[in-house]
Write a protein that binds this ligand. Sequence first.
Ligand SMILES: Nc1ncnc2c1ncn2[C@@H]1O[C@H](COP(=O)(O)OP(=O)(O)OP(=O)(O)O)[C@@H](O)[C@H]1O
Ligand SMILES: Nc1ncnc2c1ncn2[C@@H]1O[C@H](COP(=O)(O)OP(=O)(O)OP(=O)(O)O)[C@@H](O)[C@H]1O
Ligand SMILES: [Mg+2]
Ligand SMILES: [Mg+2]
Lengths: 259, 259
Amino acid sequence: MNVWAIANQKGGVGKTTTTVSLAGLLVELGFRTLVVDIDPHGSMTSYFGMDPESPGESVYSLFKAASEGRMPDPGRAVHPTYHPLLGLMPASTALATLDRQLGGRDGMGLVLTRSFARLASRYDYVLIDCPPMLGVSMVNALAAANFLIIPVQTEFLALKGLERMLRTLGMVQRSRHSRLDHVILPTMYDRRTRAAQEALDTLNARYADKVAPTLIPVDTQFREASKIGRPLSAVVPESRGAVAYREFLDWLADYLERA
Amino acid sequence: MNVWAIANQKGGVGKTTTTVSLAGLLVELGFRTLVVDIDPHGSMTSYFGMDPESPGESVYSLFKAASEGRMPDPGRAVHPTYHPLLGLMPASTALATLDRQLGGRDGMGLVLTRSFARLASRYDYVLIDCPPMLGVSMVNALAAANFLIIPVQTEFLALKGLERMLRTLGMVQRSRHSRLDHVILPTMYDRRTRAAQEALDTLNARYADKVAPTLIPVDTQFREASKIGRPLSAVVPESRGAVAYREFLDWLADYLERA
Ligand SMILES: Nc1ncnc2c1ncn2[C@@H]1O[C@H](COP(=O)(O)OP(=O)(O)OP(=O)(O)O)[C@@H](O)[C@H]1O
Ligand SMILES: Nc1ncnc2c1ncn2[C@@H]1O[C@H](COP(=O)(O)OP(=O)(O)OP(=O)(O)O)[C@@H](O)[C@H]1O
Ligand SMILES: [Mg+2]
Ligand SMILES: [Mg+2]
């Protein structure tokens, strides 16, 4: 089972959009896919029409059960979506209290890893949409993942955030004694602005072999798709955004095959 | 002294851009202004050329000192910027550990309030740039502020986030037994997309008198300005973005005068 974390501590760079877009393409290809929302804000949960204020069984229930020494079937926290091959593990706003409740406790870094191990026979891909901050849930996601996708907006401030994300990644890898391969995905590329081109040049100069060859362009249709609650590829299959994510997924599948 | 918090738990809606833009305009008008970065990600700190990994005295030092029972002069955490009337209290990445360290303790909700009281004679305006999450630092900011600006991207997902932000505001007001007036500022308005217009109509229908009459349009020059580390009004004074923030500030000054 492939477990991909989509993370960047900078806000608004396209994490949720990337998770939803890739999941939409994977189910079109016939893969059983689970999307997991660990952001207390619950953007992806809202995207698919559920309410993070009252999701029922959610990612939070897994943490709460673990803190009480229980380990219920994680499948109970999976809800159906618009597509038969796509399951959603929703976020709950209660996730915002995790750090205060569990931050100091040992052994809470593997709750997601253990949950996904029990779901391994049911899914081909698990995609985790991370919040724009470092905390218990993000550390869990990086521990559970076998690959990391870092969306980065092609602009100056976002590059600063990337250095921090990569330092965090280094920290988690050292404590886990394992390597987590990653790729940097340039998003919201606006070819009309000089700043975007300069940011891209800086990305390629500094991180060369880690930057995906595919750019995700600015495409206003993403906003339309989020209103309908479907991935863009399911709404406008030939839109610039959908085509770009398809190209990225093709490249990524090939990259992981060769790795 | 006016203390404005710029907050929204949704990421990437223009909080930092709004804080920097308003501060740039206030110093042009001759007001002594302090910008405070409480986001562990430190976007505004980076924007003004400082490094949130090693800022020296910062917002974090105030919290750390308070947790040790000390209360040094908060002025030591203020650093100079490009403009003589503008001071910056930088973020530190260590802010990310605040919730784990202080979350459960009492009396840590008024650290910023007490610090700003000691700076009251030195500044006319204090603007607080908040992180995209609810935690100790955001609760502090809402307690210290006498007005709240909520930037909201004009798109579907962002509207979901707004309901959550207003619920949070209600919670903090009840625990403080005081009202914190607020305004909703529509940002990144892209007149080319239907989704933006629909989102705006929904905002005005649901929150009518709380929505600022000024829209902040999409303006790619914001990215150029962030690369230079100056507010847009200092770089391209007649740009659409700078003009819009000037109109918003005029309206806000009048609104607060009448309130
Ligand atoms: N390529 C794109 N072109 C245009 N708009 C985009 C693109 N990608 C994302 N968006 C829009 O930008 C906004 C932010 O995207 P998104 O919510 O996916 O970011 P995020 O990193 O998940 O944010 P958060 O930090 O809050 O979790 C959304 O309104 C989304 O529709
Ligand atoms: N009106 C606008 N037009 C175009 N781009 C904008 C506008 N406002 C902000 N931006 C850009 O959008 C990105 C996100 O803005 P900003 O960093 O201010 O959001 P934020 O809410 O502070 O994000 P975070 O949640 O990470 O703190 C930045 O690249 C910024 O330059
Ligand atoms: Mg998101
Ligand atoms: Mg910000």
